[in-house]
Ligand binder design. Structure first.
Ligand SMILES: NC(=O)c1ccc[n+]([C@@H]2O[C@H](COP(=O)([O-])OP(=O)(O)OC[C@H]3O[C@@H](n4cnc5c(N)ncnc54)[C@H](O)[C@@H]3O)[C@@H](O)[C@H]2O)c1
Length: 259
């Protein structure tokens, strides 16, 4: 039995991971920015951008369990947009949630994990953290930041017996696009379609994440599309570039030239 904290547990992958951990007998503290009164899926209100909320989560974990085995930094939002369309406010918004929210979680729980000399940090990035499609610079950059953060912590915390894994899925069907903000409507339309038409559900991804964790994987590519795209980038960079440039041209066709 593991003691697990999940962020963004009300919807999508967070809800699916919570259910999957519980189904195998683990105990989960399900957290989300929404209040405990508004959803029966949330045990504790935790907005990942709030230092006070993280301090309260640490206190709740200490009181409930006296320690933690798995921290799942899953909560995130959708953004992006071409470099001359998306405003700096959009960059700051997504940086604060998708990167600094994860950093805050890691900073909050690392002293506890180091003290107990065990535990695991699981950060949900995206395939976009490894391969970088046109029109998504801010999302790609913050998810690449989560990939780098996680690898760094894997090295840094290994002397303490603490492990770190990053999850890099391709598109799967959730409510993610409800959170989309941004001026680039063409990009929003393309990504919304990719999420809605994905063959994979959050439950599919959650099952693959648990299998990856059990296998000890540090980088978890939980679906075939993610594995194929990353393979292509590693093994055949020219073919990858052709595919990415094709997508960029499609975005220009849809969105029209900017300026
Ligand atoms: N759905 C996809 O196609 C996809 C692909 C790759 C990666 N991801 C990543 O998976 C993670 C989960 O997303 P999802 O697809 O399940 O989306 P979702 O919108 O269904 O769920 C996200 C959850 O995070 C919560 N949340 C948002 N901002 C928060 C904050 N500041 N503090 C606390 N909770 C907050 C939301 O309330 C929601 O419950 C995200 O990090 C996302 O970037 C999703």
């Amino acid at each position: 039995m593991s003691r697990v904290l999940v962020t963004g547990a009300v919807s999508g992958l967070g809800a699916a991971l919570t259910a999957a951990f519980r189904a195998r007998g683990d105990e989960v503290l399900a957290t989300d920015r929404v209040s405990t009164g508004s959803s029966d899926r949330v045990d504790l209100q935790l907005d990942i951008t709030s230092d006070d909320d993280w301090a309260a989560a640490l206190a709740a974990v200490e009181e409930r369990w006296g320690g933690l085995d798995v921290l799942v930094n899953n909560a995130g939002v959708a953004g992006g947009g071409r470099i001359d369309v998306a405003g700096l406010d959009e960059w700051e918004w997504i940086l604060e949630i998708n990167l600094l929210g994860v950093v805050r979680g890691c900073r909050t729980f690392t002293p506890m994990l180091k003290r107990q000399r065990s535990g695991r940090i699981v950060n949900v990035a995206s395939l976009a953290g490894l391969v970088h499609p046109a029109g998504m610079a801010s999302y790609n950059a913050v998810k690449a930041g989560v990939v780098a953060l996680t690898e760094t912590l894997g090295h840094e915390l290994s002397p303490y017996g603490v492990r770190a894994s990053v999850v890099c899925p391709s598109y799967f069907r959730t409510n993610l696009m409800d959170s989309l903000r941004g001026a680039d409507e063409a990009l929003g339309a393309i990504v919304t379609q990719l999420v809605e038409r994905s063959p994979w559900t959050a439950d599919d991804i959650a099952a693959a994440v648990l299998a990856g964790l059990d296998a000890g994987d540090e980088v978890i590519l939980p679906d075939p599309a993610a594995r194929a795209a990353y393979e292509l980038k590693l093994r055949d960079r020219p073919a990858y570039d052709v595919q990415m440039r094709h997508q960029a041209a499609r975005l220009e066709e849809l969105g029209g030239p900017v300026g």
